[in-house]
Each structure stands twice: as C-alpha cells, then as structure tokens.
Design a protein around this ligand. Structure first.
Ligand code: AMP
Length: 118
C-alpha cells in the first residue's frame, strides 16, 4: 500500500487542518485525540510519510526513529504520565483497527487503562 498524502494526519502536518499542538520538533508532532478514550489521550506522529509502525521501523532513517522515540518519551514526561504509567498503542492495518494511514502512537493515561483487549 502506498502512502496517501490526503490522510488527515498528513493534512494536520501541512497545516491544512488545525490541531492543538502539545509538542513539535523536527521529527514528531503531538496533539490530543479528537475522541479521547481516557482522561489523557495524546497522539504522536512522525513528520515523515510512513503508513504504520511496521513501515516506520523498516523504512525510516535511524535519525528519524531515534528522534521520534525521544520525542515520545519527552511527551510522556511533560504530560505527567511517568509516575502512574500509561498505555501506548499503535493500531496497524485492518486487523489492528487502524483508521488513519499515517503512523501514530496513542498515549493513554490519567486513569487505569483497563484490560488490554476487550
Ligand atoms: P487509529 O484507529 O489508530 O487509526 O486512530 C486514529 C485516531 O485519530 C482516532 O482515535 C481518532 O479519534 C483520531 N483523530 C481523527 N481525526 C483527528 C483529528 N482531526 N484530530 C485529532 N485526532 C483525530
């Protein structure tokens, strides 16, 4: 599957659709999920055009991968998720329930995440 630059997160990255920026650097952007599933629900996306966690790990540069995961840790710390913990989810493909075909990590916290799979 080819990357579709009309996906909603690509539009957010281009500034065509607004978001509330919680964090931004050269490699990553973070913003609240529009439909939060827990008290804190943050999406972290890489700046590059990667479809999924699988695509990112296989095809992104070492610099992009390091930069992205360093950003994830900063976002965790800056949003108070370190002390009580959080859940990180990367839905991938049809069986993973991925709706937006641009790699993203959900960070869920502020309350217990509950069972891993319902
Ligand atoms: P996934 O099912 O993992 O692809 O999740 C996509 C997520 O993007 C969902 O949790 C949506 O609520 C969220 N979402 C869709 N559009 C927006 C938007 N414009 N701003 C913030 N979050 C969004």
């Amino acid at each position: 599957m080819a990357y579709d630059d009309q996906n909603i997160f690509a539009k957010i990255l281009r500034g065509d659709i607004p978001c509330t920026k919680l964090y931004e650097d050269e490699f990553a952007l973070a913003f609240p999920d529009i439909n939060p599933q827990r008290q804190i629900h943050i999406l972290v996306i890489p700046k590059g055009p990667y479809l999924s966690l699988e695509d990112f790990g296989a095809n992104a540069s070492t610099e992009e991968i390091t930069g992205f995961y360093r950003a994830v840790s900063k976002i965790v710390q800056e949003n108070g998720l370190s002390e009580n913990g959080f859940r990180a989810i990367a839905n991938t493909g049809d069986h993973g329930g991925q709706e937006v075909p641009h790699f993203h990590v959900h960070l869920l916290g502020g309350e217990p995440a509950g069972k891993m799979v319902s």
